[in-house]
Each structure stands twice: as structure tokens, then as C-alpha cells.
Design a protein around this ligand. Structure first.
Ligand code: UDP
Ligand code: MG
Length: 303
């Protein structure tokens, strides 16, 4: 059986469309499947629509969070809930074409354990957004040692891979990168990002920026190492300036040393602050993880 996990946050316009859109190609292909909607603390009628769908169709199930925990938590809750031999994750807004699920399922039948959906084009977005995304994915790709440039959350995983993901103890997850990090026999399926059928995206610029910082710090400690190199650079600069100052002192021309002092002050001050900030991010992360709070809290479920 194939389990399809659908995270949904304020998607009242999309629930019915998603049920129909995902069920049609799978039924046609003769694949046995279940649909698991994870209501991520929606403030609209999403949950009551999921309940209605679950009553109407035996293949629909739903779990509901006690509040909004974010898409990552919703995905992991879905994975934990799934009973299938393989599990797919797909967006509720149908930006990931459901027909591709059939192709992914066939690849799984051929023995692939992680089938990744890869975007051919990034869909419509602003120049700044595109640049930011490119920079972010380059950094993450280096850290995870896999090419993530066009990665997405649209994936199909074998039970083995799902178990491996669920065994990871970390609370702050990045599904897109972790599902590559775990390894297994992997292949890729290309797809075009569709326009959102209804509703609007939930990611503002600030939310995306926070998401990027959190994922970078969860995957690489490179920023912390950069801090060390900045320190080394500053030390070299300081050495050069000190020698210059000493030389002019011996030559009795050490009158206007103020410029150097000011430059040094500014430099070292700012670098120390930046460094403390970076270290702060990591300490915050350690703190978050060590609290050991659950990734999500389920308040209701329908079968
Ligand atoms: N989503 C979620 N929790 C959130 C934000 C989004 O479960 O806090 C779900 C949303 O319902 C959708 C998917 O994640 O199924 C992708 O969200 P969206 O379309 O807003 O993101 P985009 O496609 O613009 O990256
Ligand atoms: Mg979307």
C-alpha cells in the first residue's frame, strides 16, 4: 500500500480538490493507497473539510495538530502515521503534480528506496527570491554533500527510509535534505511546479529567511568556522598595523595614530559582535534540542 501524506495549513479551498486530484490517477493506475491529511493548526475550515472527506472516502484519514507547528512537523507526523509499504509526501495546493505519484510508485516497485521529485523550473518567483534560494541551496548542498539545487518536499520513500528518518532524534528537521542524507537507493523524477490552484502561499519573506537560517545552522557549522577565520584575519591585520605603529614610534613620527586605532576598533568590534551572534544561533539550537520537546502535539484524528 502507498501512503500519501498531505500537510495542510489553511487550505479549505484545496482539500476537496486535493482528494479528487490525488485519488484519480492512483485509482486509475490500480494502486492501493491511503491519504493522510495533517491539519497543521489551520484557522479556517480545513479540519472540518478533512473530517467530511474522511467520512466520504474510506481511503482518507486525518490528524490535527493542537496548533500550527510548521510544515516540517506536519510531514514527520504524517510519516509516523503512515501504514503503507512506501510513503509519499505531496503539497496540498497541488503544485506537485499528483500524476507523477504513479511514475514514482513504479520506480519504487523497481527497487528504488528514495524517489525524489526534482523541479525542472522553479515556477514563478521574484528575482531576489530566486537568487536567495540559489545561494541557500548551494550552501546546503555543500553541507549535505548532495545536490539540492532543485530539491523539493515532493518525495516517495520506502518503509526502510521512513523508519530511518523517524529514528533521527533531532527535533528541528529539514525533510528535503535529510531524506537525501539518509542515503538508500535513490533516483529522481523531474516535474514542473504548477501554479497554486487556490489560496496563497504561507511563506512571507521573513518566514523564508528564518527557515533558511534554521536549516543552514541545523546542517552545517561552517558559519562558526568562518568566525575563526575572521579572527585569524583580524590578528594578521592587527600585527601589520602594530608593526607599522612601532616603526613610526621609533622614527619619532607617532603623532596621528588615531586613524589606525579607530579602524581597528571598528573592525574588531564588529567582528566580535557578528561572531557572538553566530555562536548565539548555535547555542539557541542546542538549547532547543536539549529541551527535548515533541515535534508536534496531536489533538484530534479521524479514520
Ligand atoms: N503548510 C503547512 N504548515 C505551514 C505552512 C504550510 O502544513 O505552516 C503546507 C501547506 O498547506 C501546503 C504546503 O505546506 O500543503 C506548502 O505550502 P505553501 O504552498 O504555502 O508553500 P510554497 O508552495 O509557496 O512553498
Ligand atoms: Mg505551494
Amino acid at each position: 500500500m502507498l501512503s500519501v501524506v498531505v500537510p495542510a495549513y489553511n487550505e479549505e479551498q484545496m482539500i476537496e480538490k486535493a482528494v479528487a486530484g490525488i485519488a484519480a490517477p492512483l485509482t486509475e493506475a490500480g494502486i492501493v493507497f491511503e491519504l493522510i491529511f495533517v491539519n497543521d493548526g489551520s484557522k479556517d475550515k480545513t479540519w472540518s473539510l478533512i473530517t467530511t472527506a474522511a467520512q466520504a472516502h474510506s481511503f482518507v484519514r486525518g490528524i490535527s495538530f493542537s496548533r500550527n507547528f510548521g510544515k516540517e512537523s506536519a510531514i514527520f507526523a504524517g510519516l509516523a502515521e503512515a501504514k503503507g509499504d512506501c510513503v509519499a509526501v505531496i503539497d496540498c495546493d497541488l503544485q506537485h503534480p499528483p500524476e507523477k505519484l504513479v511514475e514514482m510508485y513504479r520506480l519504487w516497485e523497481q527497487g528504488f528506496e528514495v524517489v525524489e521529485g526534482v523541479k525542472t523550473a522553479r515556477g514563478r518567483e521574484s528575482v531576489a527570491h530566486g537568487l536567495g534560494a540559489r545561494w541557500f541551496y548551494r550552501m546546503i548542498s555543500k553541507a549535505a554533500k548532495v545536490d539540492m539545487t532543485n530539491a523539493s518536499d515532493f518525495k516517495l520513500l520506502d518503509r526502510k527510509a521512513v523508519e530511518a528518518l523517524l529514528r533521527l532524534p533531532e527535533k528541528d528537521t529539514f525533510f528535503r535534505a535529510l531524506s537525501s542524507w539518509i542515503g538508500f537507493r535513490t533516483c529522481q523524477v523531474r516535474y514542473d511546479v504548477q501554479e497554486r490552484a487556490a489560496g496563497s502561499t504561507h511563506w512571507g519573506r521573513r518566514a523564508l529567511m528564518g527557515y533558511a537560517v534554521s536549516n543552514i545552522t541545523s546542517f552545517t557549522s561552517l558559519p562558526m568556522q568562518i568566525v575563526t577565520w575572521l579572527g585569524v584575519g583580524m590578528f594578521a591585520l592587527g600585527l601589520a598595523v602594530s608593526i607599522e605603529a612601532l616603526v613610526s614610534w621609533f622614527r619619532d613620527v607617532a603623532v596621528e595614530g588615531f586613524t589606525t586605532v579607530i579602524i581597528l576598533q571598528c573592525f574588531s568590534g564588529s567582528i566580535i559582535m557578528v561572531s557572538l551572534g553566530v555562536i548565539g544561533y548555535y547555542i539557541a539550537r542546542i538549547y532547543e534540542e536539549i529541551k527535548g520537546r515533541p515535534r508536534y502535539i496531536i489533538s484530534e484524528r479521524v479514520e
